[in-house]
Design a binder for this molecule. Structure first.
Ligand code: ADP
Ligand code: MG
Length: 337
């Protein structure tokens, strides 16, 4: 019997910069997805406690986006990328909220890869499952989710340089709660909005510096962004270069346990996502405002791709009685019994 488990994640700060080679600071959470089953045969056959329909895939699947039932696309993406020679029969279960922004899709992909016998380091695992997610969803998403899910350490967030994929844990204070609150707005337009933003920011940044993605946001300074002629591109670029710098400042503030500074950086990040990157919504903004005003809340910001979804807050212990109180968890694992 094989048992693979992969956590979900919440991003503390650094959104829409992973695909630009920027810095991000996500945290794996103590909610996750498990797959239990046996290797063997010539198909991948899975059922999920959370989604309808049995899934049965050939090992040589070629068009993951066409897989049925719909949730099988993510599994098919992994099978297509891994090209396993041995199949798997098993069951998926999860205590993660699905489709809420805690990256149940990446947790499923990573768990599937481990269940199928992926053999490699977390960076290779992240690259493979990122390609799987892109093929399954058609969204040109970055590598943050899959890398933190594979490489996180219990008790810490993970600082990732998405240009080099170098990463290191940043300890989270024990007495600081991380709370994820859903806005109630589902992320229906997220896919197309994501692709548009990515194209806009890449065009704007390329006009300033057409060098390699590694170190891109280090080489471009906030003052350089003024040279972008197109006002929309200028705003997109300003979000990217300032958000990238906020991540390093936020990691330093965590080490110093400077909670006022953490809150200030979260507020700045949210404003940047709202006004410059334009990926927030009035409902999400109102939730951020409400949470920021609560006593015992140090900071709150939209988290993830945007267009609805979740807000993350850092609080004194027990300050909020809503949402999911999540704890920094270890990355994915697999065991055989
Ligand atoms: P998020 O990753 O934020 O939870 P997504 O829309 O990216 O939201 O991914 C959710 C989709 O991933 C679901 O609609 C389903 O297709 C698939 N999925 C995630 N977890 C499971 C699960 N435990 N069982 C089956 N499908 C799942
Ligand atoms: Mg997802």
């Amino acid at each position: 019997m094989i048992r693979a488990r992969a956590p979900g994640r919440v991003n503390l700060i650094g959104d829409h910069v992973d695909y630009l080679g920027g810095a991000v600071l996500p945290m794996a959470v103590d909610l996750g997805t498990s797959i239990e089953g046996r290797r063997g045969g010539k198909t991948v056959a899975l059922e999920s406690d959370d989604e309808p329909g049995p899934l049965r895939l050939p090992l040589d699947v070629t068009d993951p986006a066409a897989a049925e039932p719909e949730w099988g696309r993510y599994v098919a993406g992994v099978v297509a990328e891994m090209a396993p020679t041995v199949g798997f029969v098993g069951r998926v279960s999860s205590d993660l909220p699905i489709g809420a922004g805690l990256s149940s899709s990446a947790a499923l992909e990573v768990a599937v890869a481990l269940a199928l016998g992926f053999d490699g380091d977390p960076t290779d695992l992240a690259r493979l499952t990122q390609r799987a997610e892109q093929r399954a969803s058609g969204v040109p998403s970055g590598i943050m989710d899959q890398l933190v899910i594979g490489a996180a350490t219990a008790g810490s967030a993970l600082f990732i340089d998405c240009g080099t994929l170098d990463h290191h844990p940043v300890a989270m204070p024990d007495d600081l709660d991380v709370v994820v609150v859903h806005s109630g707005e589902s992320r229906t337009l997220a896919g197309s909005g994501y692709a548009t933003r990515r194209a806009e920011v890449e065009a704007a940044l390329t006009g300033v510096d057409d060098g390699p993605i590694t170190g891109w946001l280090d080489r471009i300074h906030p003052a350089d962004v003024g040279a972008v002629a197109d006002p929309v591109g200028r705003r997109r670029a300003r979000h990217a270069v300032t958000e990238h710098r906020r991540v390093a400042d936020f990691a330093a503030a965590l080490v110093a346990d400077d909670r006022v500074e953490l809150g200030r950086l979260m507020a700045e990040s949210h404003t940047s996502m709202r006004d410059d990157y334009e990926v927030s919504t009035p409902v999400v903004d109102a939730l951020v405002d409400r949470l920021q005003a609560r006593s015992g809340v140090w900071g709150a910001r939209m988290t993830g791709g945007g267009f609805g979804g979740c807000v993350v807050a850092l609080t004194e212990p027990g300050a909020l009685d809503e949402g999911w109180a999540v704890h920094p968890a270890a990355g994915a694992s697999v065991s055989a019994a």
